[in-house]
Design a protein around this ligand. Sequence first.
Ligand code: NAP
Length: 286
Amino acid sequence: MKPMTGKTVLITGGTGGIGKAAAIGLAAMGARVGITGRDRARAERAAKDIEAESNNPAVDVFVADLSSQAEVRSVADEVLSAYPRLDVLVNNVGGFWSHRHTTPDGLEHTFALNHLAPFLLTSLLLERLTSSAPARVVTVSSGAQSMGKIDFDDLMGEQDYSGQRAYNQSKLANVMFTYELARRLETTGVTATALHPGMTNTSFSAEDPARAMAPVVFVARPFMRSPKEGAETVVFLASSPAVEGVTGKYFANRKAKKSNISSYDGEVTARLWQVSADLVGAGDIG
Ligand SMILES: NC(=O)c1ccc[n+]([C@@H]2O[C@H](COP(=O)([O-])OP(=O)(O)OC[C@H]3O[C@@H](n4cnc5c(N)ncnc54)[C@H](OP(=O)(O)O)[C@@H]3O)[C@@H](O)[C@H]2O)c1
């Protein structure tokens, strides 16, 4: 029997890049895999590829633009209807924009998509994860978290926006969310981990109209990981018995690593949690 047989995994952003490669890896291990994407036709094409490459027909498609809280809520409802159990949630979707713009909820896009969407989706799926325990929440952060700072006075970059600062902040928020989630879920059998996938050759930042990352990508491309390599730590954290019960940790290259010093400040993580809960109108977790 394959190691993930009988397990159900939901991966946000499974239509390309790291998410799609992780979906192939986990489906090949026998899991039923749900992927999300914004466009049904693109997501269904990706599902067909994942099925073919993993030799597993158990791939489901969920359609939502996760920058909209209403769409996060409706996709969570669909997932709850479709999956009586959920063993792993991979919060993978993330992006970079060098210009400030807002979501349908009037929130700065980077913060809303990279941090508030996984925060809200996880909270909406948490009871299902808890009732499926042991279960895992794996959140794709970035090495950029190490340069991040949570600017509580200007979280949405209204006074002063920089794409890099907004991205760094959102990726630090992924790590802080993970640590606080792990603390709140201590006795539930649901673990929470975050990771840096490494510089990976994907479509990352391609939606930034200014293409601000393009010169960096051009220079770095020969040294970048393939999507399969970028997905290795995701697949490891989602499936390996070696990390059964491991929670509240940040990984890179399948190894636990120290994260930004501020991520270990319980007062800051608790404050970010409260601000996030207020911004998404989610109930308290744990
Ligand atoms: N690539 C790297 O070098 C690197 C390095 C460090 C960290 N990361 C992190 O890794 C994660 C995955 O990045 P990637 O490189 O694989 O990116 P990618 O190639 O751009 O893939 C992004 C995925 O997210 C989906 N997506 C984008 N915007 C969305 C939205 N508003 N609502 C719903 N889905 C949306 C896309 O689906 P559709 O377009 O089909 O909707 C696609 O499946 C991100 O969190 C990123 O911050 C990447």
